[in-house]
Design a protein around this ligand. Structure first.
Ligand code: SF4
Length: 363
């Protein structure tokens, strides 16, 4: 048995589930912030095994899903330029934008788009296209931002003059604060994202317990991690002492990863950012610092965020805020399927709607 198998051990899972069934006598709703947790909860079958007292709500933790309509429109506008090559992770290719267009349809119409597996690969695309500007689409949370920051620093060292980043990175703690400030949000506890926490640590979440008395547990992605986190939440509710618990100490240090944070701080600065469904959240995004302005795609002539209407009929915003289960959207599995996605939550592998579609036997 390797160390990953140990965190799936059926006998241990059964024992924790039995404890959870015995101890979770008071009803509560927990939101997992991270899309990888969403998928794991379905994939492992946990969703259908949890006690009836526990309601599971999907949250805003899919970076593709929270990318705002205006940001998608900006990608498409850049992709339409003859002098630009877009470099992007593949998960953005099918995200619907205005009039149902996507990077995939733009590519079919002749746009130059290269799918890369790391931001550093985009530097090779720039080197291979000296007559064009290569724009890397910087989308993601604190997990991906350090690698993008390091790539910008490397581009400066290499004196690449035709490489830029369209920086729409987002920060998780301000989004949680915005959720809790919404009087219509009905959440009793958070399961916090393991990958993001590996970078930022536990400290930036302290406000959840201090100001909102909200139990929250950082945990991993295996079934035992999730069950142990739920037992922590039950214990906190019973004791009446909410806290932010780091239960993923095999990966997450309380102070996160200082090296990753340092490169992020060197290249990026916090700004207000647009989130799909959540709107403009103060201090929730990252912009490229003026010292690195030569690598900022928002500095290219004519490139700007322009107000874009939401996708007609799509309820992704309500899904991301936990106000509606994906299968309650009137379009779910009718007009909107993974083959014909109306919104990003059906496109992304970490999207709540895609997870509900794929694992619908568990509903
Ligand atoms: S089912 Fe489709 S249209 Fe409805 S919320 Fe999900 S992605 Fe949006």
């Amino acid at each position: 048995m390797n160390s990953f198998d140990a965190f799936k051990d059926p006998a241990l899972c059964r024992a924790l589930l039995d404890r959870l069934r015995a101890e979770a006598t008071e009803p509560f709703r927990f939101m997992e912030v991270c899309g990888t947790h969403t998928v794991s909860i379905f994939q492992s079958g946990l969703r259908s095994l949890l006690p009836a007292t526990i309601t599971h709500v999907t949250g805003p933790g899919c970076p593709v899903c929270v990318t705002h309509e205006s940001e998608v429109a900006c990608f498409l506008e850049l992709a339409g330029r003859d002098d630009v090559v877009i470099a992007t992770f593949g998960d953005l290719m099918r995200v619907p934008g205005p009039k149902g267009k996507s990077l995939k349809t733009a590519q079919a119409d002749g746009a130059r788009i290269e799918v890369v597996y790391s931001p550093i690969d985009a530097l090779a695309v720039a080197a291979a296209n000296p007559g064009r500007t290569v724009v890397f689409l910087g989308v993601g949370f604190e997990t991906t931002a350090p690698a993008v920051a390091a790539t910008i620093r490397l581009a400066r060292e290499q004196q690449l003059t035709n490489f830029r980043v369209l920086c729409f990175h987002k920060l998780v703690p301000p989004a949680l604060e915005a959720l809790l400030a919404d009087p219509d949000i009905n959440i009793d506890a958070f399961i916090l994202p393991g990958h993001v926490s590996a970078i930022i640590g536990a400290v930036p979440y302290a406000f959840l317990a201090d100001r909102y008395e909200m139990p929250a547990v950082i945990t991993g992605f295996e079934p035992l991690d999730i069950l142990a986190a739920l037992l922590e939440i039950v214990a906190m509710r019973q004791s009446g002492q909410p806290a932010v618990v780091n239960a993923y100490t095999r990966v997450v240090a309380d102070d996160g990863n200082p090296v990753a944070r340092a490169v992020m701080d060197e290249v990026f600065m916090p700004v207000d950012a647009l989130w799909r469904g959540l709107g403009l959240l103060p201090g929730s995004g990252l912009a490229i610092r003026p010292e690195f302005a030569a690598f900022d795609a928002l500095g290219l002539p004519g490139v700007a965020l322009r107000e874009t209407p939401p996708l007609a009929g799509c309820r992704c915003g309500d899904v991301l805020k936990g106000k509606m289960a994906p299968n309650e959207c009137p379009l779910f599995d009718k007009a909107c399927t993974p083959a014909t996605p109306v919104g990003p939550c059906m496109v992304s592998t970490e999207g709540g709607c895609a997870a509900f579609h794929k694992y619908k036997l568990d509903l």
